[in-house]
Design a protein. Structure first.
Lengths: 217, 435
């Protein structure tokens, strides 16, 4: 029999936190959309649509940017970190709502992904602390968000590997705390990311700058 | 109210006016301070100074925007890096936006998030201009362009005299006494907009002559210093002179000379400033030259360029901001036998350091030439004898980089190179041969 606290943090608290996150994001999106957007009116040279598709796809094309070509390791680090984050977030849904899915093998596979992300997070923190370029621009939220996500990853791994109520409680309480904090932090960058990549694709696609190679030839 | 308060209030009002959807996204916590843009900026490449990285420069502006818009701005401003706008802060913006950034756009194409740092820096320029903190020389140059139209009668006679003497030079070069540089011709197909000086008139006039183009010269120069200031009133006023001229002459298209910012402005930005569609299209001279080659309107012989080895510098405004990558390369491939690409090139090309109006600002000469070092290294690595640039500001900068870094190269425009390679055709029994 599951104890009452675990039940609360696993279900009620998650639903409250998720509802808050959804509301906060809806408001964030509303705040962006109500602003005027300067439109390009000059005749097209390339394709806006292909530009937007390419812009979103560039996340998966490390060779498309000089920055990710030169720092391929940083891209790999980014990929592992975000895959791990995805797995950790997914587990917050599957553990309470689809427990039959969480077989030993799946739990272990997810734990390995999250552990990989944890290691990448350590590297990120180390770089932010050591690099003068990054130290200059870093704000408290940068360090706190990174460190906080590391704790979240750690509890995720422990909860997935052990399945013990204590680790489960720590995992779900951390998740909820994060869901409350995320809209105020840099972690919410992925909301603006959709807008930013669309703006980039529209402008650079329209001007024939990032149209895919085949369409440009 | 003190003068400082007045400036701050004006700056805040200007920032508010410029707070569009794109600016809201660019100045939010979309930037996660990952640092991927840092070594993509030519200033940072040249100096390794953390203060001139794109993210560091944008943070000056972003902290003020966060003070106004971030959700935690009131209770924990320091936590999210929000800060008040102060006059000292605005002085730091001057260095960041006018001295340490050419708005080359290399940071945005290399940002995994798509943070529009050039928009943030351009906004800073606009705000600084509104409070009178933009470089005076840029304001004077913009005003001089506007006053040219207002005092056209004064300029016209002198200008026509200059054109007349260039026309004689053209006639002797092509061997045709009927060759002309037309001015104010109603119904011409092309209104060609040059820069000040014969170097953006003579090669093009020769190309137009050999291609049999119906064209007329603009009374105005293409450059628009209002754009460097991010001053919408001045920028529109400068463009408006050419729009009115094109409509009065009923031309089919306006063709902009080899000038990066003038092309990007006329082709892409300026149409937004007018509340009506234009009756003409806008092209770069590069697109026209490329078309002449593809349609066989001019014959070219690359051996006429004496077997020189050439490398092409992608001007940021023509390429990364204007979309002209293929055209100059197709032209070069027919004009020279030895074309060597710099690495990286096209969308990833490194700025020469002369953009954003910097070549007109002598106070920043040292910084500008230092920032051009990565480009100098790129040129040197190609081993080419000639660097071709289709932007006058870039050519000016490359010429100075040539001296500073002892590159021992020749800096040329593309029209000049193409004019050299033209094989003269007989016209009405008269040879148009120049040699």
């Amino acid at each position: 029999m599951e104890d009452a606290i675990l039940k609360f943090v696993k279900f009620d608290l998650q639903i409250i936190a998720l509802s808050w996150l959804a509301l906060a994001y809806l408001f964030k999106i509303y705040q962006i959309l109500r602003l005027p957007r300067p439109r390009e009116v000059a005749p097209l040279k390339g394709s806006q649509e292909l530009g937007v598709v390419y812009s979103y796809a560039s996340l998966f094309l490390p060779w498309s940017m000089e920055s990710t070509r030169r720092h391929l390791w940083r891209w790999i680090e980014f990929a592992i970190y975000h895959l791990g984050a995805g797995a950790a977030i997914l587990a917050t849904f599957t553990i309470p709502f689809a427990p039959s899915m969480m077989t030993r093998d799946i739990s272990l596979a997810m734990a390995i992904l999250v552990a990989g992300a944890f290691v990448m997070g350590i590297l990120k923190l180390w770089r932010r602390t050591m690099s003068p370029d990054l130290r200059l621009v870093s704000i408290p939220d940068d360090y706190f968000s990174l460190a906080g996500v590391e704790i979240f990853f750690l509890f995720t791994v422990m909860a997935l590997v052990t399945g013990l109520p204590g680790w489960m409680k720590a995992y779900f309480i951390t998740t909820a705390a994060f869901l409350f904090y995320v809209p105020f932090s840099k972690i919410s960058h992925y909301v603006q990311w959709f807008f930013a990549r669309a703006f980039f694709g529209l402008r650079f696609g329209r001007r024939g700058i990032i149209t895919p190679r085949r369409a440009m030839s | 109210m003190t003068e400082e308060n007045n400036i701050i209030q004006k700056a805040e009002e200007e920032l508010k006016k410029r707070y569009t959807r794109n600016m809201a996204v660019a100045s939010s916590n979309l930037c996660v301070h990952c640092g991927m843009c840092i070594d993509q900026c030519h200033y940072h490449m040249a100096t390794q100074d953390p203060k001139v990285s794109p993210v560091a420069k944008a943070e000056h502006v972003r902290r003020v925007m966060k003070k106004e818009h971030d959700w935690l701005r009131r209770i924990l401003p320091w936590w999210v890096g929000a800060g008040e706008l102060t006059e000292e802060g605005l002085d730091r913006w001057v260095d960041a936006a006018f001295r340490d950034c050419t708005l080359c756009q290399r940071c945005i194409v290399n940002c995994p998030m798509g943070v529009d740092t050039p928009l943030v820096m351009a906004t800073a320029r606009g705000v600084l201009n509104a409070v009178g903190k933009s470089p005076e020389i840029l304001r004077e140059l913009a005003d001089a362009a506007i006053s040219r139209e207002e005092n056209m009668e004064f300029f016209k006679e002198f200008y026509l005299e200059q054109i007349k003497s260039m026309e004689e030079e053209l006639q002797s070069k092509v061997g045709d006494p009927k060759a002309c540089i037309p001015v104010d011709v109603k119904g011409a197909q092309i209104l060609y907009v040059p820069l000040s000086g014969a170097h953006t008139i003579m090669p093009e006039a020769e190309i137009f002559y050999h291609a049999g183009t119906s064209w007329t010269m603009s009374m105005f120069e293409a450059s628009n210093y209002g754009v460097f200031l991010q001053d919408p009133v001045r920028a529109k006023r400068i463009t408006e002179r050419i729009v009115k001229e094109a409509e009065r002459l009923e031309v089919e298209e306006v063709v902009v000379t080899e000038c990066g910012h003038a092309y990007a402005t006329s082709r892409w930005e300026a149409p937004k400033w007018f509340d009506r569609p234009w009756k003409f299209k806008v092209r770069s001279i590069l697109e026209v030259m490329d078309e002449y080659i593809r349609l066989g309107r001019v014959r070219l012989d690359p051996s006429r360029n004496n077997g020189i080895s050439v490398t092409y510098h992608d001007s940021c405004n023509l390429g990364r901001n204007g979309g002209l990558f293929k055209e100059p390369r197709r032209i070069l491939q027919t004009c020279v036998k030895d074309l060597r690409e710099m690495t990286p090139n096209r969308r990833q090309s490194i700025c020469c350091g002369g953009g954003g109006g910097l070549v007109a600002l002598p106070d920043y000469d040292e910084v500008r030439l230092k920032a051009g070092e990565p480009k100098a290294r790129q040129i040197h690595a190609t081993g080419a004898e000639t660097v071709v640039a289709s932007c006058d500001n870039c050519r000016h900068q490359l010429g100075q980089l040539n001296e500073r870094y002892k590159l021992n190269v020749n800096v040329m425009g593309l029209a000049e190179l193409m004019a050299n390679a033209i094989v003269p055709q007989k016209k009405d029994g008269i040879s148009s041969a120049s040699a």
